[in-house]
Design a protein around this ligand. Structure first.
Ligand code: IVH
Length: 676
């Protein structure tokens, strides 16, 4: 067998197993066996760079972040769907279709009913059976070219199986499988980032991020449900069912529960059958899409400016349940915002047991007249957190329960709560309130802030309960002995935490600014401010106008920064941090004049490093002038291989790229830092 033949065979096999796993949900081999095949393919491609194919399954890891997305016109507009909310609406739709086609309403017209996938629509272009482009819906007429992000989704075939037309557009939905969504949110919480409220927004946000390697880690999938061919070209099939079957035959992912329904009663039955069953699906669905099966009849009906006349979306009603409101508690957030939430008698709702629900703010509670002890109606829409709609007034006890009002004092520090004029949210203004401090410290130490490993929720709670920490700067006074004396803390972990705290003293300025928890200052604003001012000291003396003059910083953020630094308690906390040796200034504030010993070197990171996260390692490399790439090529200067390094390590070896283990990498950093 020639190398080219073996390559073709390996690619076909890898794709076959990818399809079994990502498209059919029916894996045939273990992950280890799959990885072995992939490694063989990579090694062979490395030996024969002339035979590397951009559509090989090895090309899916995601590359360099894009600068932005180009805008692309759709072949034909991506329309939306009219909605139906009840059996009556469905009969009305059927009536309109029948009148349009001039047939009797009793006729058993053939429809196809499909699950409505709760994601974002996407148009995939295949030319010569090869994936050429993936474009978002955008405004329906033109969308964003997100091809680089679509190519990393393994449910999307890079090449179609035989007999696909020369030019084909396939439309479908990118979605977050429930399990992946839960995993991503868990990771975000660990890193101190806000959780996504629902899978649809999370999917939309992900597909529009510029870093395809990050997209690849999210685990998004695709279902397709429509084809568009150029004017004059032959249709894929003369029925919609035929189209779905063909798409599936070509290796594209088609959601498998679609059914042909004859007449409107069968449609209603299909919708009813999914009302409850949908909660057991591995993805979110918010309804059923109903489409006329016969393409010729569709063409006769045509479309309005907004939606086709031959289809409608039946939306499941948001699920509701009744349960007892046991009490209303309040939560004190990091910024001091005090928000009420409902503690409920546990009730099954939308496939899960619900015990807590949001109540937004005090006004909402009184406007809806929600009282502790009431029987209440709880609703779960697309978001993960359910909400209380209101009391069931008929069921209210006599005499009625007393209305609820916001507690006058913070439940954690007992200081009076304040509500700034024109705002609806009550706040605890005490900067050293233990509840605020708890949340604030967790954020302070988080990966995207000071990055103090080991200082997580459990330790924060212990430190506050033992009164060892009353403000951020106190953590820089902690000793190994104090930590070792805490429950579940051995001398070794105490030493590690102290070393981590020590290390954080020289954290980049953006990390400090993010860590402080200034209202409205997230990671992006913190980076912009750090870049513009170079040190916390410089920002502390800047005027609102100066802060606002930084691109990306608006008036609200600028004012909030000023308010933060003007607060005497914050000012003395920062002075204290400085006295404890926290640097709060970037050594190379002016990146252009900073020495760049690694300029021109590209590093590839693979496997897990014991001492640094990926972000951390990448930052170190970039600070020294190097670049980080997602894939190994002859141009790579070093591959840094941590534990469980995978295919990239093999590729480095076959290409003869120098491999560094973690110790060598750290030594190289130290060396470079010394020479600067
Ligand atoms: S067909 C011209 N089928 O729902 C008709 N859409 O609310 C094109 N959607 O924009 C849409 N699942 O993003 C169709 N099985 C399905 C769908 C589906 C989800 C989305 C799609 C559309 C939106 C309309």
């Amino acid at each position: 067998m020639t190398p080219a033949e073996r390559l073709a065979e390996l690619r076909a096999r890898v794709r076959y197993y990818e399809e079994r796993y990502y498209v059919r949900d029916a894996p045939e081999i273990s992950d280890a066996e799959f990885d072995a095949l992939m490694r063989e393919l990579l090694a062979l491609e490395a030996h024969h760079p002339d035979l590397v194919d951009p559509d090989s399954p090895t090309q899916r890891v995601g590359g360099r972040p894009a600068d932005g997305f180009a805008t692309v016109d759709h072949l034909e507009p991506m329309l939306s769907l009219d909605n139906a909310y009840s059996a009556t609406d469905l009969r009305d739709f059927h009536g309109r279709v029948c009148r349009g086609l001039d047939v009797s309403e009793d006729s058993a017209l053939a429809y196809v009913a499909e699950l409505k996938i709760d994601g974002l629509s996407i148009a995939l272009t295949y030319e010569g059976a090869r994936l050429r482009r993936g474009v978002t819906r955008g405004d329906g007429v033109r969308g964003e070219d997100v091809t680089s992000n679509i190519r990393v989704l393994r449910s999307v075939p890079l090449t179609l199986k035989t007999d696909a037309p020369a030019m084909l557009e396939v439309r479908g939905e990118v979605y977050f499988p429930r399990a992946e969504f839960a995993r991503v949110n868990e990771e975000r919480e660990k890193e101190g980032e806000p959780a996504f409220a629902n899978p649809r927004n999370a999917a939309a946000g992900t597909i529009r991020t510029l870093d395809s390697a990050a997209v690849s880690r999210r685990g998004l999938r695709v279902f397709v449900y429509q084809t568009v061919v150029p004017a004059g070209a032959a249709l894929v099939s003369d029925t919609h069912g035929g189209v779905l079957q063909t798409l599936s035959d070509w290796g594209l992912p088609v959601e498998g529960h679609w059914t042909r329904c004859a007449g409107v009663d069968a449609l209603i039955e299909f919708c009813d059958s999914w009302r409850e069953a949908r909660h057991d699906l591995p993805f979110e669905t918010d309804g059923v899409v109903i489409k006329l099966d016969d393409m010729a009849l569709r063409a006769r009906l045509g479309a309005t400016a907004k939606f086709p006349r031959w289809a409608t979306a039946f939306k499941f009603p948001a699920e509701q349940a009744r349960t007892r409101l046991l009490r209303i508690d309040v939560n004190v957030g990091r910024t001091g915002a005090v928000t009420p939430f409902a503690v409920l008698e546990p009730v099954r709702l939308g496939g899960t047991t619900v015990q807590l629900a949001t109540l937004h703010n005090e006004q909402e509670v009184s406007r809806r007249d929600i009282r502790p002890g009431d029987l209440v109606l709880v609703e779960k829409g697309g978001d993960i957190i359910p909400k209380v709609i209101g009391p069931v007034l008929d069921a209210r006890s006599a005499p009625p329960p007393a209305p609820w009002s916001m507690p006058a004092a913070c439940p954690a520090c007992e200081q009076s709560l304040a509500r700034p004029k024109d705002e609806v949210v009550w706040r605890c203004e005490n900067a050293s309130c233990p509840a605020r401090l708890r949340r604030g410290l967790e954020h302070f130490a988080a990966r995207k802030a000071m990055n103090i490993e080991g200082l997580g929720e459990a330790l924060v709670n212990q430190l506050i309960d033992a009164s060892l920490v009353r403000s951020f700067s106190d953590i820089y006074r902690l000793t190994t002995e104090q930590l070792a004396a805490l429950d579940r803390m051995g001398p070794k972990s105490a030493t590690n935490v102290v070393a981590e705290i020590e290390k954080s003293k020289s954290a980049d300025v953006w990390r400090v600014l993010h860590a402080l928890g200034i209202r409205h200052v997230g990671e992006g604003a913190a980076r912009a401010l750090a870049k513009a001012f170079g040190s916390v000291a410089a920002l502390r003396v800047a005027t609102v106008e100066q802060i606002e003059s930084v691109g990306e910083i608006g008036p609200v953020v600028a004012r909030s920064v000023r308010v933060f630094f003007d607060e005497p308690a914050n000012a003395s906390m920062l002075d204290d941090m400085a006295a404890q040796g926290v640097v709060m200034a970037d050594a190379h504030a002016d990146a252009d004049s900073a020495p760049r010993p690694w300029a021109g070197w590209t590093f590839v990171l693979t496997g897990t490093l014991a001492g640094r996260t990926r972000d951390d390692a990448a930052e170190a490399i970039e600070r020294l002038g190097g670049k980080v790439s997602g894939s190994v090529s002859k141009k790579s200067r070093f591959v840094v291989a941590g534990a469980d390094a995978g295919s990239k390590l093999d590729k480095a070896r076959t290409l003869g790229v120098e491999v560094l283990d973690e110790a060598q990498f750290e030594a190289l950093i130290l060396n470079a830092a010394d020479s600067v």
